[in-house]
Design a protein. Structure first.
Length: 559
């Protein structure tokens, strides 16, 4: 069989930011050939979107990047707020994220910081290992759609000349200026906060410590926010002040130095040693009214741009790509009908819209609510709650099924929030599992597979019904579905099934999924880590795959 890298690409991904790279890596892991293009000749060097929240960390673990992420990422430090004039005395320290311990169902409860440049490098490294690459210096020009393909025109920005090519699907993950979105003639509804402009960049600094984030004054006037990074002595700065002087100057670094001095009350000990990059950041709050048209999809900043107050740009974009990938893979392998691709938009759009409203409210509060000296108010700096995105759910989706109790409507970030896990909710982790017949310890997150649907059957004894599932299991390709049984089994049980049986030794799985009352004892976990179905009997499993996803199990993988 041909390797993925030797196959003609089925999907064109435009844009090599976190959203496009997540989509590409996920597709490659599922055996789909992909081409990633980016007009930039080199990756962006800057930190940019550095905050990674808990749900995104779970996605990165599922993609096999957890070890690298934890090697380089750093915890979110406290914020030191300095009094003015003077600028040397810390008048208050604020925890942006109050650390909490990991639990069996939430293994990564605290946000961390990792520069976007480092995250992109990790994603690209994983893509290359699977035979993929980022084709740089290639700019998207135009597209035309037919019934079964998308014809695109691309330009080589170095050598010149146009390239014509066809792909089955195109994904525009090319940032807020989104040329793919424009080619689809999709509006970008919202506003640009013209008054909210700052200088943004990464600088090697002397005079401030790396154990804290530091803030002086009001970024709308003369202010400075300095965040340490995972690189020693490198700080990501947001600077408010005379933006027009910066724009007009032929020596912008000198203007930045002057802005920093003014913002910090005249401090001379804080100095720039070197600059990685700098530029203007304009606060834009916009969203496309739809995320797809025909065979073309948009995601990340190309579909929605947020104010930086919530740190949600990268996090929301990564989950866009992750949601789309498994659906595209099933369709391209001929295992599911194309209509399931419609659920990329219907599932993600409400989630994004609610987050956009939330981050905009946070921005408005930060502009209005000040401390008694007119500086930043500590309350506007605290993060957590919905920003963790652990409550994101797709309960209204047409491709989830819950035949237990009726699913109460909740917001797109409504949880389970302590209640039972429903179809459409994030599937919780559970540690303390031991594979029956071995001493092999496991977690549910290790059992779930981002390339497969996982059928988790909760049972405390091996019944005839369970034995009969071996026949059902044989119907489904191991490349699409895998089955596991989890329960509080006696220690001397002898497994007789054709799939793994795990003892829920500590009861964490039972607690996380609340299966004791038998109201929902079978959970089908989708490749993106969300519950596709919450069921009460084996027959309903077949209904989910046959009627909801309409899996075509007789099809082989297309080359």
């Amino acid at each position: 069989m041909s390797s993925i890298s030797s196959l003609a690409p089925k999907v064109l991904v435009v844009g090599a930011g976190p959203t496009g790279l997540t989509l590409a890596l996920s597709l490659l892991r599922q055996g789909v050939s992909v081409r990633v293009i980016d007009k930039n000749l080199a990756a962006n060097p800057g930190q940019r979107g550095a905050g990674l929240f808990p749900r995104t960390l779970e996605v990165l673990e599922a993609l096999g990047l957890w070890e690298k992420v934890t090697k380089f990422a750093v915890a979110v430090p406290k914020i030191a707020i300095y009094g003015l004039p003077g600028g040397t005395q810390v008048i208050k320290e604020v925890e942006m994220i109050s650390p909490v311990p990991a639990t069996p169902d939430i293994p990564h409860p605290n946000g961390i910081m990792l520069g976007q440049n480092h995250l992109e490098a990790m994603l690209i490294e994983a893509i290359v290992k699977l035979g993929g690459a980022v084709d740089r210096g290639i700019e998207f020009e135009s597209l035309q759609q037919s019934e079964d393909s998308v014809h695109v025109t691309l330009e080589n920005v170095v050598e010149g000349g146009l390239e014509d090519a066809s792909y089955e699907y195109v994904a525009g993950m090319d940032g807020g200026k989104g040329v793919v979105r424009k080619a689809l003639d999709l509006p970008f509804i919202g506003e640009a906060r013209g008054e909210s402009q700052v200088v943004f960049g990464d600088f090697y600094m002397n005079g401030i410590g790396s154990d804290r984030m530091h803030t002086w004054g009001d970024l709308q006037k003369n202010g400075l926010f300095a965040r340490p990074t995972e690189t020693p002595r490198l700080f990501s700065l947001i600077i408010g002040g005379d933006i027009q002087s910066y724009i007009n100057s032929s020596n912008q670094i000198e203007v930045i130095k002057a802005m920093i001095k003014e913002a910090t009350g005249g401090r001379k000990d804080i100095e720039i040693v070197d600059c990685v990059w700098h530029g203007i950041y304009r606060f834009n709050i916009r969203m496309a009214p739809q995320f797809s048209k025909g065979r073309v999809f948009i995601g990340g900043d190309a579909a929605h741009v947020h104010s930086p107050t919530g740190g949600q740009g990268v996090n929301t974009g990564v989950q866009d790509g992750y949601n789309l990938a498994w659906k595209l893979a099933l369709v391209l392998h001929g295992r599911a009908p194309p209509y399931i691709l419609n659920t990329y938009e219907t599932e993600r759009l409400p989630v994004v819209a609610e987050m956009l409203n939330l981050t905009t409210q946070m921005l408005d509060k930060s502009l209005v609510i000040k401390d008694r000296d007119g500086g930043v108010d500590p309350k506007t700096l605290v993060r957590g709650g919905k920003l963790n995105q652990l409550g994101v759910n797709y309960r209204p989706s047409t491709i989830v099924i819950d035949d237990g109790e009726s699913v109460e409507p909740v917001s797109s970030y409504g949880g389970p929030d302590g209640g039972p896990v429903r179809a459409g909710d994030r599937a919780p982790d559970a540690s303390g599992l031991v594979r029956v017949g071995t001493d092999e310890a496991a977690r549910l997150f290790e059992i779930f597979d981002s390339r497969l649907h996982t059928v988790v059957i909760f049972a405390n004894r091996l019944t005839e019904e369970l034995t009969a599932t071996s026949i059902l299991f044989a119907k489904y390709s191991a490349e699409v579905v895998h089955f596991v049984v989890v329960g509080r089994f006696p220690s001397n049980i002898q497994p007789t099934l054709d799939f793994p049986v795990y003892e829920d030794r500590d009861g964490y799985a039972d607690k996380a999924y609340q299966t004791i009352d038998e109201s929902g004892k079978i959970f089908i976990v989708r490749p993106d880590g969300f519950v596709g179905a919450r069921l009460q009997n084996i027959e309903a499993v077949q209904k989910y795959f046959d009627e909801i996803l309409c899996l075509r199990l007789s099809y082989s993988v297309k080359n």
